[in-house]
Design a protein around this ligand. Structure first.
Ligand SMILES: C[S@@+](CC[C@H](N)C(=O)[O-])C[C@H]1O[C@@H](n2cnc3c(N)ncnc32)[C@H](O)[C@@H]1O
Length: 319
């Protein structure tokens, strides 16, 4: 189904998973491989150390001391490190070996002993890697996959109690003013609204809360460091774009403490979608008319591992 179906108002029958895939594939500068994340890991780790995102997410999550938590796409441990002091165990997985090695180093430096790390991707066989069900599963800003429905099924079946997904809102951390200034279109691809609708079509009624990164502004030693520090935002930046970026920064950087920072605040918000298990709401999707992950599809396209068992009292969804 094409994206144009959305504009006809036929939103209920739109296949949101397909719409997500199309929106991702239509992006010009789309690349999500572990080489790119490996390269970005050190600066990402530095940035997330001071951002308010982890604090705001954990306040919302309200972790319980006996929880085991699975953190998928954990990065340098933005959540895994603070969580380690609040829950029983954390299993942290990421397909970037540099992210995992930064997390390992942090655990060692801080004498954290309850975080197990694995270099593993969304696409890998987690069970074969020894990953079992946890109390809570998290995908924080890391659901960067083509088949989001399959990823949600995988995530959901790993959680005994609760699932949390943090997703992009609009432009996310990208600054549209910078894109305008360098003359490049900004297309961050599909955001949380797609994820919410995909969950809804799977019969999962997620709670949504928005959390902000906080007001800390990144400080740079000089203009060249600022240009370099913003490279992550502009994939495959050309020389001409870099020169326009420099001109923009010359106008908009102001003295901040010992360094230089942008003269305006750029508030970044994230959508946290969460649900408790069992995940599929029988109030809205009563037995018999349940909108399951495979609803509306020819039977031979169902994934063989998907199974629903209904008893008088409960519906058990197992994948
Ligand atoms: C924006 S960072 C988020 C890190 C951390 N969860 C946070 O919220 O700060 C995205 C992370 O997802 C990881 N990632 C992206 N695609 C992945 C995939 N297919 N499998 C596993 N990890 C992936 C990246 O390596 C990166 O560490």
């Amino acid at each position: 189904m094409s994206m144009t179906s959305a504009s006809t108002g036929n939103l209920k029958s739109l296949d949101w998973n397909m719409a997500w895939r199309e929106a991702r594939q239509n992006r010009k500068h789309a690349r999500n491989d572990n080489t790119a994340w490996n390269r970005r890991a050190p600066s990402f780790a530095k940035h997330t150390k001071t951002s308010g995102y982890a604090r705001n997410f954990l306040r919302l999550m309200n972790p319980e001391p006996n929880w085991s938590v699975l953190d998928i796409g954990c990065g340098p441990g933005t959540l895994a490190i603070p969580l380690s002091g609040l829950v029983r165990t954390v299993t942290a997985i990421d397909f970037s070996d540099v992210m995992i090695s930064i997390l390992d180093k942090r655990c060692w430096e801080q004498s954290v002993t309850n975080v197990a790390t694995h270099v593993l991707g969304w696409e890998d066989d987690w069970r074969q890697a020894g990953i079992r069900e946890h109390d809570v599963a998290i995908a924080s800003r890391s659901l960067v996959v083509e088949d989001i429905e399959a990823a949600v099924i995988k995530l959901d079946r790993m959680a005994g109690q609760q699932v949390f997904i943090t997703s992009l809102v609009g432009d996310g951390p990208c600054d549209r003013r910078i894109f305008d200034a360098i003359g490049r279109d900004l297309d961050r691809g599909p955001d949380y609204l797609f994820v919410y609708n995909i969950l809804h079509q799977m019969g999962i009624l997620a709670d949504i809360t928005f959390v902000a990164n906080g007001d800390n502004t990144t400080s740079y030693a000089n203009i060249d460091e600022a240009v370099k520090g913003l490279h992550w935002m502009i994939r495959d930046i050309t020389d001409a774009e870099e020169s326009r970026l420099k001109t923009y920064l010359e106008k908009h950087l102001v003295k901040s403490g010992k360094g230089w920072a942008l003269s305006y605040k750029h508030t970044v918000r994230w959508a946290v979608l969460s649900w408790k298990k069992p995940s599929i709401s029988r109030d809205v999707f009563p037995l018999g008319v349940t909108r399951t992950p495979w609803a509306g599809r020819p039977r031979d396209t169902w994934r063989p591992e998907l199974r629903v068992e209904s008893t008088n009292k409960t519906t058990v969804y197992s994948y």
